[in-house]
Design a protein around this ligand. Structure first.
Ligand code: F6R
Length: 241
């Protein structure tokens, strides 16, 4: 794993933006895996500011809540439009976000996998990490062999995400997520980590065992991962002290 230590969130976002721009320039038809949450907002903001062209870009988002309409401001589809797609020249038929309102969710999972395969696999997957080590919505205990599937969200994840909702009760209990193995199929992974709240997760990721109790640990088996991590998030890593 290539670990890039940066000062803070702004520097992490700058680095991520340059990294992605460089990859996009060198690919004819870039296939990007995208994440939501607070972590990539700065990256998306910079891509918009720099007027990066998304004309030939195909995107696949990691996950979506089950039961939220795409027009719901808390859906990840809405987030992606709001934070990125509405502000760049992407063709919306090249955008893929799992449909958490699909009547047949199993079929939706299957079709999503198929669409990624048809696009020729993800060139660069952008990831954030949960305080419990989740990637996408793959909570602790998820099989490393998992593909796109429906998950029951951890209480800790629902609590962490409740900041976007009016109350904890409104946070959906289920989500659809690319599986661990689907993520590991990406040719390259860019993991962004910022802030004290992630310090324990970073220490566990870099110094703990590789096992399903901590989903992100699997990334140590991937041959092309870059982690951009700020000082606050590095603060519990022993080697760093
Ligand atoms: C979001 C996603 C999640 C987040 C993680 C960190 O699409 O897949 O795994 O990356 O929960 O969220 P933030 O960035 O809000 O701390």
């Amino acid at each position: 794993m290539n670990i890039i230590k940066v000062m803070d969130y702004a520097e992490m976002s700058d680095y991520a933006c340059d990294f992605l721009m460089n990859k996009m320039e060198n690919l004819q038809k870039p296939v990007l895996g995208l994440a939501t949450g607070s972590t990539p907002e700065g990256l998306y903001h910079r891509l918009i500011e720099k007027k990066v062209s998304f004309r030939n870009v195909v995107t696949f988002n990691l996950d979506e809540y089950v039961g939220l309409d795409r027009k719901n401001p808390n859906s990840y589809y809405y987030y992606m439009n709001d934070k990125l797609f509405n502000h760049v020249d992407i063709e919306m038929d090249k955008v893929h976000v799992p449909n958490g309102s699909a009547t047949n969710l199993e079929k939706e999972c299957h079709d999503y996998e198929e669409a990624i395969r048809e696009a020729g696999q993800i060139d660069v997957q952008v990831l954030g990490i949960g305080v419990n080590g989740h990637i996408g919505f793959n909570e602790p205990g998820t099989a490393f062999t998992s593909r796109t599937h429906i998950v029951e969200l951890d209480v800790s994840t629902r609590q962490a995400n409740s900041r976007f909702f009016d109350s904890m009760e409104e946070v959906p209990t289920k989500a659809i997520t690319m599986g661990i193995d689907s993520i590991m199929d990406s040719k390259e992974i860019l993991l962004l980590i910022s802030g004290h709240s992630k310090a324990h997760a970073v220490a566990r990721l870099l110094e703990g065992e590789i096992n399903e109790d901590f989903p992100a640990s699997v990334l140590r088996r991937h041959k092309n991962v870059t982690i951009v991590v700020d000082e606050a998030a590095m603060s519990e890593v022993k080697e760093n002290k």
